[in-house]
Design a protein around this ligand. Structure first.
Ligand code: NAP
Length: 380
């Protein structure tokens, strides 16, 4: 497994890191899910035996179970071989004392006296400003001094301007961003990645396969890949793109089968920064263009239709509809749709009042499309 220096921190890190947000699960009779501990522990240990030395978890993953299982996996000598990251759930921090309480609880669950990296989890500019008001730097300094954490960082889900403001505002030891060939112009963007690199801040990448979607492309994209002279799997194309950037120090993927893990270990054994040539990059750009041209409804998110008197979040529902079509994933539509409706309230459903269609500049058939989506998500 290739290892590279982690910025200027004085140690090397494997280019592939294990994410523990998508561990294998078991479904119980009452419909609830819990982590399949035996499989998950075997996979995490196999990764470390295969040369991975970076493991990422967080308070909320698997409803709090991920930290416990990660801690168990790191017993029997594995903790000493691993750089361990967990994250402060900023949304649960109501007052400053909560930062200490949460960190102590996490160390207890992980069964370790310290973590190598502690990140402010999932920052947007708003949540960052709130954490700043609560004086997170003082908390970090104290937790580093008393030995509970070694290094401080943040994980990020907002836009480029927010990323640049946050990264310039504190002497971070690392940053974690979402980055893959579909998202290189969204979130922190490729510019943000390169900027962090210029500052010497190591960047850990999450969602290199867009949560798994890029590993299973729709037929037309699969055909493009099969016809390419390189015989890479869809996952390998995506990993190669991310790993092409030397600023992407470590690339996390949340594997959930041993076969995927073995494939990823194999891939990362031979990919290096700058691994793609001009033709490869042109090919990936074409794949990206094909993904982006797969549109189910031409909503431009202008928001003219909002607010809907029924509380339906029309642009967000159309965004999900487009994503599920793009990735050929009805499962994604069902999963995300319920989430949006629940967030707005269960009553947030179209009653065909027509207000939205009367103002939509694209003249989209909004009501019929919302009805189609409702029918699709109801299908077993
Ligand atoms: N800080 C944050 O806000 C945040 C947010 C997201 C993630 N993360 C961290 O970043 C880690 C990585 O993100 P991610 O898990 O979303 O990574 P990802 O690589 O984009 O997605 C992982 C999924 O990709 C699929 N996969 C993995 N290897 C594959 C292969 N060889 N072939 C085909 N499919 C493959 C699996 O999906 P299937 O189950 O569909 O097979 C797996 O669950 C997470 O586990 C978590 O630790 C952090």
């Amino acid at each position: 497994m290739q290892k590279v220096p982690f910025g200027n921190l004085g140690f090397d890190v494997s280019r592939f890191g294990i994410g523990t947000m998508r561990l294998p699960t078991i479904k119980h009779q009452d419909g609830t899910l819990s982590i399949d501990q035996e499989k998950a522990i075997a996979m995490i240990r196999r990764g470390i035996d295969g040369g991975v030395n970076y493991v990422d978890t967080a308070y909320g993953y698997h409803q709090g179970e991920s930290e416990v299982v990660t801690g168990l996996a790191l017993q029997d000598g594995y903790r000493e071989k691993t750089l361990l990251t967990t994250k402060l759930p900023c949304w649960l921090v109501k007052e400053k004392a909560d930062m200490d309480k949460l960190l102590d609880e996490q160390l207890e669950k992980l069964g370790t006296p310290y973590v190598d990296f502690y990140l402010l989890h999932s920052l947007s500019l708003d949540s960052y400003h709130r954490m700043k008001e609560l004086d997170y730097p003082e908390f970090f300094e104290r937790a580093i001094k008393d030995g509970r954490i070694r290094h401080a960082g943040f994980s990020f889900h907002d836009d480029k301007d927010a990323f640049l403001e946050i990264i310039d505002d504190y002497p971070w030891d690392m940053a974690q961003i979402q980055f893959n060939y579909l998202d290189d112009q969204t979130q922190a963007t490729v510019d943000g990645l390169l900027y962090a690199g210029k500052k010497g801040i190591p960047v850990v990448i999450m969602e290199p396969l867009r949560g798994g979607a890029l590993g299973f492309p729709p037929e037309e994209i699969l055909e493009m890949m099969q016809n390419n002279h390189r015989k890479y799997s869809p996952a390998e194309w995506a990993f190669r793109y991310t790993a092409h950037y030397q600023q992407a120090t470590t690339i996390l993927s949340g594997v959930n089968t041993m076969e995927q893990l073995e494939e990823n270990l194999r891939i990362f054994n031979h990919i290096t920064p700058g691994n793609l040539d001009k033709d490869d990059l042109r090919f990936i750009a074409k794949v990206k263009e094909t993904y982006l041209s797969r549109i189910a409804i031409g909503c431009t998110k202008c928001n003219y239709c909002m607010p809907c008197p029924q509380g339906v979040n029309i642009p967000r529902i159309f965004e999900i509809y487009n994503d599920s079509y793009r990735f050929d994933s009805p499962h994604y539509l069902k999963h995300q749709y319920q989430f949006v409706v629940r967030a707005e309230s269960e009553g947030a459903r179209c009653v065909r009042c027509g207000q939205c269609e009367s103002v939509c500049p694209q003249q989209l058939p909004i009501m019929d499309t919302l009805e189609t989506i409702e029918e699709m998500v109801k299908q077993p």
